[in-house]
Write a protein that binds this ligand. Structure first.
Ligand code: HEM
Length: 450
């Protein structure tokens, strides 16, 4: 029998009637995808309800989708649906509009601006470091969230939100919870029903809007350049279309940066502290570097090039626990991968969590080994074997911000403290939009012995 090109599908796990593999996917998506890639290889079909979803796990094919053929792809459903919150911000917009917004926002991440953000990061981290007490048991996930939220509020709005932080966090948490239902079939309808979760979401969104529009109005009135991201967004003028952003656009970008800019790094840091606590040798090498480079003084932006081991620790942590654990795209036209043709509107999923655990690129993939990031070892791997920040035109705009924040926060806190996991604390992942620690991360604070 000759099988026509359009009906041939890559190998697939067996799903249940109607739902396909949705139940397994919802239970623990990253581990489920890892199992699928392990069993079926670099291209697998995922029967997920009525959607045509493909898991792509070869670095070269990922590069083709994110870079070479990026014009044939749009953001996938998950991010399309994020519009209810983020409007037409960088994460969610498409095409020419996205290009213009990206051009306008880019200067906010230039080197000279980053130095200023670095100073704010160190100041916030020092405050947190001074609050911790020896012997205290803390939920480090919560601590990292508070810290990165304070930093994004400072660098974005020059706002000291310690007072408002809890309210903002509650609003964001409601918003993220609603996203959990986004992957469910019929979620478009759910959103229109007067469900308590939908109402809570809308109230949370309105509260955030009120704060942000208030800040925008204040700043427009004063016309002051405070050196923060908000000033950059308000001052940005596009040479090509000669014009700036409307209040609504500034709001969408600010909220996008606010959301994208703190939950990701908070999770990355939480996993880093956990991994350090489980790998005493790496932890000692990390403290030894801090002692050698800083010799007791506070870190600064200028120290970054010297804090190489700390950077390798962070790189290795986001290899194992990439905060953006999956990146999705929808094909505009049919698309060829290897011997298979994916029909138009197919969704391709590329999972850093899966590819970062591929023994072809990372032998003994579950082992936490920062030395994988020594330059001669790192260059030997294919480019998209490691892509925690994505790639191509939609690569994370905050990548340099995130590396800097990771290293400076680890250095500032690690200079005084080391953290021990509370015995018996259950460590599990929870994959929402980002990869969280499901039960938080209960850890005890101990003085760092140097
Ligand atoms: C460890 C921390 C972070 C990780 C792992 C991360 C990861 C990512 C990834 C994978 C994407 C691409 C998504 C896709 O292609 O579908 C992305 C986009 C984005 N990220 Fe990050 N991010 C981090 C931190 C940040 C920070 C600190 C900011 C802002 C201050 C930020 C702002 C953004 C924005 C605005 C986009 C959309 C860019 C565009 O489409 O033009 N991220 N991020």
């Amino acid at each position: 029998m000759i099988v026509s090109e359009s009906t041939r599908r890559p190998p697939a796990p067996k799903g249940r009637p109607l739902l396909g593999v949705l139940p397994e996917f919802r239970k623990n998506a990253p581990e489920f995808l890892l199992g699928v890639a392990h069993q079926f290889g670099d291209l697998a079909y995922l029967p997920l309800g009525r959607q045509r979803v493909y898991l792509v796990s070869h670095p070269d094919w990922i590069k083709d989708i994110l870079i070479t053929h990026q014009a044939n792809f749009r953001k996938s459903r998950m991010l399309e649906r994020a519009r209810v919150l983020l409007g037409e911000g960088l994460l969610t917009s498409e095409g020419e509009f996205h290009k213009r917004q990206r051009r306008l926002a880019q200067p906010a991440f230039h080197r000279e601006r980053l130095a200023g953000y670095g100073a704010a990061m160190i100041e916030c981290a020092s405050r947190c470091r001074d609050e911790w007490k020896p012997g205290a048991t803390l939920d480090i996930a919560r601590e990292m969230n508070r810290l990165t939220l304070a930093i994004v509020a400072r660098t974005l709005f020059s706002a000291d939100v310690t007072g408002e932080a809890d309210e903002i966090r509650a609003a964001l948490s409601d918003v993220l919870e609603l996203f959990e239902t986004v992957l469910m079939p019929f979620s478009e309808w759910l959103e229109k029903l007067p469900l308590p979760s939908v109402r809570r979401f809308e109230r949370a969104r309105d509260r955030l809007d009120q704060t942000i529009y208030g800040l925008i109005a204040e700043r427009r009135k004063s016309g002051e350049d405070k050196g923060d991201l908000l000033s950059m967004l308000l001052l940005a003028q596009d040479e090509e279309s000669s014009g700036g952003m409307t209040d609504k656009q500034v709001r969408d970008e600010a909220l996008t940066l606010f959301l994208a800019g703190h939950e990701t790094t908070a999770n990355a840091l939480t996993w880093t502290w956990y991994l350090l606590s489980q790998n005493i040798e790496a932890e000692s090498a990390f403290h030894a570097e801090l002692e050698r480079v800083l010799a007791g003084r506070a870190p600064s932006f200028e120290d970054l090039p010297q804090l190489r081991y700390t950077e390798m620790v962070f790189a290795e942590a986001i290899r194992l626990y990439p905060p953006a654990w999956a990146i999705g795209r929808r094909a505009i036209q049919k698309y060829q991968i290897g011997e298979y043709t994916l029909p138009e509107r197919s969704i391709v999923l590329m999972s850093p969590y899966v590819v970062h655990r591929d023994p072809r690129w990372f032998p003994q993939p579950e082992k936490f080994d920062p030395e994988r990031w020594l330059p001669d070892r790192a260059v030997a791997r294919p480019k998209f074997s490691y892509f925690p920040f994505g790639g191509g035109a939609r690569v994370c705009i905050g990548e340099r911000f995130a590396w800097m924040e990771g290293v400076l926060l680890l250095a500032t806190l690690g200079q005084r403290w080391r953290l021990r996991l509370v015995p018996g604390h259950k460590v599990e992942t929870k994959a929402l939009i980002t990869l969280r620690a499901k039960h938080g991360m209960r850890m005890t604070v101990e003085p760092a012995r140097m």
